[in-house]
Design a protein around this ligand. Structure first.
Ligand code: UN1
Length: 495
């Protein structure tokens, strides 16, 4: 019998009211069931929101440094359980152990950052225009925050949302991706062990259609932090506008790495292999376009294909594996459909292109790392997010052309340039339209204490990470204290 898991509402583990369930399986061994989880619906969301709303009235009054102390304990527990969590996550999601360890580490970093933010949450004091009057702006929590997260970072991304939300004094309804419900469950257990009070964080499992929708239209949810596709983000934005919820969207990307002719090519090669095929290309920051200078094009392509051939597909738990499976069959089909699109567009398939079925790979959702070259910037494989191990290589002859290409999509999340010329690097920093620009670093690997997010249709202007996310999870309250003992009229009595 597979393990059975539950929702967590108002401090209690409960089934979906309907009693319905869904199975979660290992993407590297499809016959292995990880667990059975509640398939929740609107009535479960209603309970969770009710619990979060009533817990909010107490939680908002707990001093922020005390909330921070709980964050520190959560961080300590994540450190203690890091290895076990990484194993569990690799089984559930497929990426290699080294990466799932990194995923837990991002959660740890976010917890400790939140712990210290409890002693900052800085406001502003400003002079009043009137005598004997004091003015300041303070941060106040907003209310009930819904955190809706994807499967590619089953620990890091939930923590980016939940920890700053809770530290700021909000309460949470958490809906994790239905491909990674177990890591989400363990995160909740750890939060409870660290002392998060009942009702402050509630977990509702299930699909985006039913659970996600019910959350987004719920009149008593104040905030939504969503990470996922641009299509779903637009839908959430539309639905949430009915109640004017504050929404933070972190959506698609079509990130590129530029390699100039003066670059350290070995370094650039390590970068693109990690950026394109790490996490099987399933990061919103993944390198899915490589923009190569004409002068080094052929040499670099030869190096790239040679190294890509050596990447070993397999179960992420095995030390011999470089690249794990796609998350599920549907996602692997998406990858396959883009291979067909690329061929039809007359891009040249230089490596890979197939689903991988040799030996044990047949039991999972594996796809070969794939490289297209002769890609034109306007082709669909150079424009649309694929979310798999597919790299499109584009030729250019100048920095200006490279920057035009990099900016020529609807997205703007991450970007990278390899060059030894400091002048070119600074032009790239100035002119690339993206939320993140790396110099001599691949497009993946953002650190937890810096703002994370993108421009254009990658998001709606908010940022996760670091100090910036606290602007989303708090509201400004302007406070005036007049100690003159008389009515002083601003704009009137002083002019
Ligand atoms: C994502 O792919 O959704 O910068 C997040 C990175 C990671 C986070 C990726 N730290 O690649």
């Amino acid at each position: 019998m597979p393990d059975k898991f539950q929702n967590f509402i108002n401090g209690k583990w409960v089934d979906a009211k309907s009693g319905r369930t869904f199975e979660n399986r290992n993407p590297a061994h499809w016959d292995e069931v990880i667990g059975v989880f509640p398939k929740s619906a609107k009535e479960d969301v209603d309970e969770a929101v009710k619990a979060a709303r009533s817990a909010y009235e107490k939680w908002r009054l707990v001093p922020a440094p005390a909330r921070g102390d709980i964050m520190r304990k959560i961080g300590d527990l994540l450190v203690k359980n890091k290895e076990e969590l990484a194993h569990e996550m690799t089984r559930e999601m497929g990426k290699v152990l080294e990466e799932t360890r990194g995923d837990v580490q991002e959660g740890i970093d976010t917890a400790y950052y939140a712990a210290t933010e409890g002693r900052r949450l800085f406001g502003h004091t400003v002079p009043s225009e009137l005598p004997n009057k004091f003015a300041m702006a303070i941060r106040v929590p907003v209310g009930v925050a819904a955190i809706i997260t994807p499967w590619n970072f089953p620990m890091a991304i939930p923590t980016w949302g939940i920890f700053p939300a809770v530290l700021s004094g909000n309460t949470v309804v958490f809906k994790p991706a239905s491909d990674t419900p177990k890591t989400a469950t363990t995160l909740i257990r750890i939060m409870m062990e660290a002392g998060i009070p009942e009702g402050v964080v509630n977990l509702v499992h299930g699909g985006g259609g039913e659970v996600g929708n019910a959350i987004v239209v719920h009149p008593d949810v104040d905030l939504i932090l969503f990470t996922g596709s641009t299509d779903v983000g637009k839908q959430i934005s539309r639905q949430a506008s009915a109640t004017l919820k504050r929404v933070s969207l972190e959506l698609g990307g079509k990130n590129a790495q530029i390699v100039m002719d003066d670059a350290d090519l070995d370094l650039a090669l390590d970068g693109v292999l990690w950026g394109a095929f790490g996490t099987t290309g399933q990061r919103c920051t993944a390198t899915s376009r490589l923009i190569l200078h004409d002068k080094i094009y052929d040499a670099f392509m030869a190096m790239l294909v040679d190294r890509t051939k050596k990447l070993r597909l397999g179960d992420g738990l095995l030390p011999t594996t470089d690249v794990g499976p796609c998350i599920n069959e549907a996602q692997r089909n998406v990858v396959q459909s883009y291979i067909e699109i690329g061929k039809k567009e007359w891009a040249r398939l230089v490596y890979g292109g197939n689903i991988a079925v040799q030996g044990d790979l047949a039991k999972g959702w594996f796809h070969e790392p794939t490289i297209f070259d002769n890609v034109k910037p306007n082709m669909r494989i150079a424009q649309e997010e694929i979310f798999g191990p597919v790299l499109s290589v584009i030729r250019m002859a100048s920095l200006e052309e490279a920057i035009n290409i990099i900016n020529g999509t609807i997205y703007g999340l991450s970007s990278s340039i390899y060059t030894r010329d400091v002048n070119k690097a600074f032009v790239a920093i100035r002119d690339i339209k993206a939320g993140i620009t790396y110099i001599n670093v691949p497009t993946i690997g953002a650190e937890a204490h810096l703002p994370f997010g993108g421009v254009k249709q990658t998001g709606n202007g908010h940022r996760e990470g670091g100090w910036a996310v606290y602007d989303f999870f708090t509201e400004w309250k302007a406070v005036y204290v007049d100690y003159s003992g008389k009515l002083q009229r601003a704009q009137i009595d002083n002019y």
